[in-house]
Write a protein that binds this ligand. Structure first.
Ligand code: COA
Length: 252
């Protein structure tokens, strides 16, 4: 079954695996409000649907996602908890079944932070992870201020979050953000194969195991998302961020 939720997010379910594909390559798969809404809707449906046992996020062989659409940041700088981006973030933080990502090329901002909520991540050797929040006059989101230091230690997280230094696939492998580095042309297929292995296992055991692995963490994550969101929403409107967005859109 293939459905198109918006033309920019493709949804395909087969063999128990729901695959969500960023399909806005001309804009480097940057994510608009409509795309967040489509992703959030798809996750809500997939969580309820017993025929779906795992979800895969993928992009193109050249780009995973350039993060939030910067035009949207300029024109509609909303980030209330009922906005599409927070519906998506809560959706991935609370998703009860396995989430898998295949990442090739740039994964910027939420393109990287969403991976902190995935169970398995496969990266092409061209993957580049980047968290330029400070450079844009913003602050972290998606509970990355909690989860990134926990994953890689404070100092390495500070290089990524305070300096905004990008890091490549091998560094992501070393710190445990990704499971395996693979040739970019094989990345989506490898993630799909791993998802199908999961989909063949008993769903109740998958759900219970994931619940136990995350026990005690979900409340902290949701609380941190709210704390970050309040600051992020305020900073989106401040001159430093608006100047950075205008500069990007004007190719300065
Ligand atoms: N929002 C809106 N449009 C974006 C975008 C974004 N986040 N990222 C890229 N685009 C658009 C560009 O404006 C350009 O559009 P155009 O062809 O109509 O001029 C097109 O996508 C190609 O982008 P370009 O920058 O030319 O590609 P590149 O290969 O040189 O660089 C990136 C790719 C991802 C490194 C670069 O686009 C980038 O840094 N994007 C911004 C990432 C960002 O800061 N995101 C916000 C995080 S909070």
């Amino acid at each position: 079954m293939t459905q198109t939720t918006t033309q920019d997010i493709l949804q395909h379910t087969e063999a128990g695996v729901c695959t969500l594909t960023f399909n806005r390559v001309g804009k480097k798969n940057s994510i608009t409000a409509a795309m967040y809404a489509a992703l959030a809707d798809a996750l809500e449906t997939a969580a309820q649907d017993d025929s779906v046992r795992a979800v895969v996020f993928q992009g193109d062989v050249t780009v995973f996602s350039a993060g939030n659409d910067i035009g949207d940041f300029l024109q509609q700088p909303t980030s209330t908890l009922d906005s599409p981006v927070y519906r998506f973030l809560h959706g991935i933080a609370r998703f009860p079944k396995p989430l898998i990502a295949a990442v090739c090329g740039p994964a910027v901002g939420i393109g990287t932070t969403m991976l902190l909520h995935c169970d398995l991540v496969y990266a092409g050797d061209n993957a580049m992870f980047s968290l330029p929040f400070v450079n844009l006059g913003l602050c972290p989101e998606a509970a990355s201020s909690l989860l990134l230091p926990r994953l890689m230690g404070h100092q390495r997280a500070a290089e990524a979050l305070l300096l905004g230094e990008p890091f490549m696939a091998e560094a992501a492998l070393e710190v445990g953000l990704v499971n395996r580095v693979v040739p970019p042309t094989e990345c989506n297929a490898i993630a799909q194969a791993q998802a199908r292995k999961l989909a063949a296992k008993p769903l109740a055991s998958l759900v219970e195991t994931k619940r136990l692995m995350k026990l005690g963490q979900e409340g902290q994550v949701i609380e941190r998302m709210a704390e970050e969101g309040a600051s992020f929403g305020r900073m989106l409107r401040e001159p430093a961020a608006r100047e950075a967005f205008v500069a990007f859109m004007g190719k300065r």
